[in-house]
Design a protein around this ligand. Sequence first.
Ligand code: FAD
Length: 365
Amino acid sequence: MKVIVVGAGVSGFSAAWALVKKGVEVTLIEQGPIPNPLSASGDQHRIIRRAYGGQGGYQRRIGDAYAAWDAMWDDLAEKHLVDTGFLLLSQVQGDDGDTYLQGLKDGGYPVDEMTPEETATRFPFVDPETIRFGAFSSEGGVLLCQKIATGMRDWLTNSGATLLENTRVSAVNAERGEVTLEEGTTLSADHVVVTAGAWTLGLLPSLSSDLTTYRTAVAYLTPPEDLRAAWENGPTILDVGGTVDGYVLPPVAGTGLKVGAGVHKRVSGPNEGRDPEDGEGITIRNLFGPPFARIEEYGVADVVTCAYTFTRDEHFFVKSEGKLTAVSACSGHGYKFGAVVGQKIAEGVTSGDLGKTRIWLEARD
Ligand SMILES: Cc1cc2nc3c(=O)[nH]c(=O)nc-3n(C[C@H](O)[C@H](O)[C@H](O)COP(=O)(O)OP(=O)(O)OC[C@H]3O[C@@H](n4cnc5c(N)ncnc54)[C@H](O)[C@@H]3O)c2cc1C
C-alpha cells in the first residue's frame, strides 16, 4: 500500500511513523523544512498532562496518548518528554485555575493544595498577594517538539519513507488519490492524508464551515537573575488564573521560559502577520503580572508567532472522501495527542475503517 501524507507537523510525521510501522510505503511532503518553525508543531515545547478535566472524551484517551509517546521514544531510543509536574494558580473565584483544580479533585488525581504564602515559598516568582491558592500536580510536563520532529525526520528517512521538504502541494484529488506539487509534478497513492494544520483550507476550501484559522504569538522571557534557578526547576503552569487564559512552560532541556495566553489570538490566514508586531512581547509579558511578581524585570528574548485551526467545539476533526482523509487535531490542545493521532490515522487508512478513526479523534463518547 502507498500513502502520501501532506504536512509534516506532529500529526503528519506521526501518521507517517505509524504507517511505516504497518509496512506502508509512505511519502511525506512538507512545504517548509522539517521541522518547520512556522508550523503549530514547530515551537520548542508543548504541554502534556494526565488530568484533562472538562473534556471527558479526551480525558479517557490521554492514557493512549502517553502510551503512543512511549512507543515513539522506543523507536527514537530517547524520551523527549520532561516530567516537570504542573501548577495551577487562581486569582478570582471561578477562574480557570479554580475549574481545573475541581477537575483534578473530581478525577482523584494527586494534587498538593497550597495557600498563597506556601505557593510563593515553593515558587518564589509568584506574588502571593495576587492569588487565592496554588495547586501542584506531579502528572504532567513538556514535550520537546523540535527534538521530536528532528528525531522523527531521521527515523523516517532511515526506515525507508520518502521525505520531500520545501515542497508545496498545490492541489489534491480525492477521487484519484493524487497530489499536485507546486512545480507541476503529480504523485498518486492508494490514499492521501492531509495534515496541513492552519493551511488546510488553502488545499480544501470546502472545509471552511468546519475550521477557523487563528494567529497567535508566544513570548520567551529572561527572568531576573535571582529567579533564574527557580524557573529552571519550575513546573509547567497550566493556568495562571484570572481572565487571560495564560500558561507557562519552564526552561528545561535547552528550551526557553515561554509564556502564552489564549486571549492573545485573532482570526487570520496562516501566512498573515507572521512577523511579531512592535512591542508584542511586552504586551504578552504584561498579561502575567499578576500573578508573577516583578514582571517588568523580565526581558523579552524572543516572540514566536503561530497559526492554528479550531473547530467550533474544540474537538478534533477528520473528514474522508474517496481516497482522501483530512485531519485537524488542533484547537490549541492537539500536540499531546500527536503520536496516538498518527496511530489512529494509520489504523483507519490500512483497515479502510476511517469512521472508527473519526470517532476516536472526535472523542464525543
Ligand atoms: C501557541 C500555541 C500553543 C499550544 N500549546 C499546546 C500545548 O501546550 N499542548 C498541546 O497539546 N497542544 C498545544 N497547541 C496545539 C498544537 O500545537 C497543535 O495541535 C499541533 O501542533 C497541530 O499539529 P498539526 O500537525 O495538525 O499542524 P502543524 O503543526 O501546523 O503542521 C502542518 C504542516 O503542514 C504543512 N503544510 C501545510 N500546507 C501544506 C502544503 N500545501 N504542502 C506541504 N506542506 C504543507 C505546514 O508547513 C506544517 O508544517 C498549541 C498551539 C499553539 C498555536
